[in-house]
Design a protein around this ligand. Structure first.
Ligand SMILES: Cc1ncc(C[n+]2csc(CCOP(=O)(O)OP(=O)(O)O)c2C)c(N)n1
Ligand SMILES: [Mg+2]
Length: 229
């Protein structure tokens, strides 16, 4: 699955298919790190649809009681596959749930990169100083269908999608940086060249990679295999 990668060196834990299971995982990782004297901040995010699962409550509640260093984020992109936000939750805003855990909750414009950065900085500083977790809701929009199997024309209009695309956070930020003179057309072109080279090389590498041996499906499932390879 596309978003199920992990990366040990970058400390990204492999994600699993059942949504929001990462919320209790983050609390557990933060607790384990504290016990080991490792001064980390754990980060876990979920969609607004997935935030209605029990794991959401269990994870945040545990982290709040024990003042664990976790930043919890809800990416509110207004849809859970075909289900629009108003059919997912009755709350006015999801960040208000923080009150029930005794932690700060903030709703930010997810299309404004500086606003998002500021909220994350507050949450990370709070976690590092031992005050516990925070909940941030970033509000944005899902530009594409949920997956290649999903035809979004069945549940939302083209106009709605086009309107949202006019607020593409990457383009807005790019333009701001160009206007400020921090980014120039030359830097931009070089960046685009560099990035597409990296993406093309990675694609080629993946396409040429051999299929895994069928037996490898049994690796890392039970403890006796954990040390192999
Ligand atoms: C426990 C569980 N139930 C259902 C699914 C199927 N499923 C995968 S993604 C998804 C919708 C998620 O919507 P949202 O949380 O808003 O995240 P988004 O895709 O919009 O980022 C569902 C129902 C799943 N993976 N896990
Ligand atoms: Mg969503």
């Amino acid at each position: 699955m596309p978003a199920h990668f992990g990366h040990k060196a970058h400390r990204i834990v492999t994600q699993s298919s059942p949504v929001t299971t990462q919320f209790p995982h983050a609390a557990g990782i933060a607790l384990a790190a504290r016990m080991a004297g490792d001064n980390i901040v754990a980060y876990a995010s979920t969609g607004e649809g997935s935030s209605n699962q029990g794991d959401f409550h269990e994870g945040i509640n545990f982290a709040s009681v024990h003042k664990l260093p976790v930043v919890y984020v809800i990416h509110n992109n207004k849809y859970a596959i075909s289900v629009p936000a108003e059919k997912q939750y009755a709350a006015k805003q999801l960040s208000d749930r923080a009150v029930g855990y005794g932690i700060p909750g903030e709703r930010v414009n997810g299309n404004n990169i500086i606003e998002v950065y500021s909220a994350f900085k507050r949450a990370v500083d709070r976690a590092r100083s031992g005050e516990g977790p925070s909940l941030i809701e970033t509000v944005s929009y899902r530009f594409t269908p949920h997956s290649s199997d999903d035809d979004d024309r069945a549940y939302r209009s083209k106009e709605e999608v086009d309107d949202a695309k006019a607020n593409d956070p990457l383009l807005i930020f790019q333009n701001e940086l160009l206007e400020e003179g921090i980014l120039t057309e030359e830097i931009l072109q070089n960046l685009e060249k560099e990035i597409s080279k990296e993406v093309n090389e990675a694609t080629e590498y993946a396409e040429n990679a051999p299929y895994p041996e069928p037996e490898s499906a049994l690796l890392y499932v039970y403890e006796e295999n954990a040390g192999e390879e």
